[in-house]
Write a protein that binds this ligand. Structure first.
Ligand code: ZN
Length: 203
């Protein structure tokens, strides 16, 4: 399976990192070795102590497809989740400056936290889904899918023009503003609407 991530999908986050707004979704891939095993802590990697959390709504692909039209995209998923796209920010900034690929900053082992999955029917509307991240009991990121620059179905359609989507692939739909650094012994808890979806310790 592969993980497809979307960058700069919330205007407020684009501004906080002083990035330019993009005319089309920014995509990057993470291999399956990035998945943080269930109930394991996240270990700060030896090559960077500037690791940021990015809480994101996740979509699990359950049907093979390519060149999917937006109006049919909903047939390709029924499960929605929440996760963290851990990012070595200083490494990413270095790579960005040089115009180099982001993998060392984004696709390192353990950098994809995937929480519990829910049937999409659990939610009234996927276009008005609130989510948040707490660090040590304090809310640090609050988002709503209503503020996505590209909606889930548009993202699936766009991604599938480039990559064949396979059963089990996971889409990370981008992070809202409020990203920040993690420190040893931090405790991160993610919420989708009112449901607690994951809890992780930083080691
Ligand atoms: Zn991200």
């Amino acid at each position: 399976m592969k993980i497809i991530c979307v960058g700069r999908n919330y205007a407020a986050h684009v501004e906080e990192l002083k990035n330019e707004k993009s005319e089309s979704p920014i995509l990057f891939l993470k291999p399956d070795t990035t998945i943080l095993q269930k109930n394991q802590p996240f270990f700060i990697p030896p090559f960077s102590d500037d690791i940021h959390y990015e809480v994101e709504v996740l979509v699990k692909i359950e049907k093979l497809g390519k060149h999917i039209q937006s109006q049919f995209a909903h047939k390709y998923y029924s499960q929605i989740g929440l996760g963290i796209d851990f990012t070595a920010r200083s490494v990413q900034n270095e790579l960005k400056k040089k115009g180099l690929p982001w993998e060392k900053a984004k696709a390192f082992d353990g950098s994809s936290l995937i929480g519990e999955w829910f049937d999409k029917k659990t939610f009234e509307s996927l276009e008005n889904l609130s989510f948040s991240l707490e660090k040590n009991g304090r809310k640090v990121q609050v988002g709503n899918t209503a503020n996505m620059l590209w909606k889930i179905d548009e993202l699936i359609s766009y991604c599938s023009q480039y990559f064949t989507l396979k059963i089990g692939d996971i889409l990370f739909t981008g992070t809202p503003s409020g990203v920040g650094r993690v420190s040893l012994e931090d405790h991160l808890v993610g919420y989708l609407e009112e449901k607690q979806v994951f809890s992780v310790k930083i080691k």
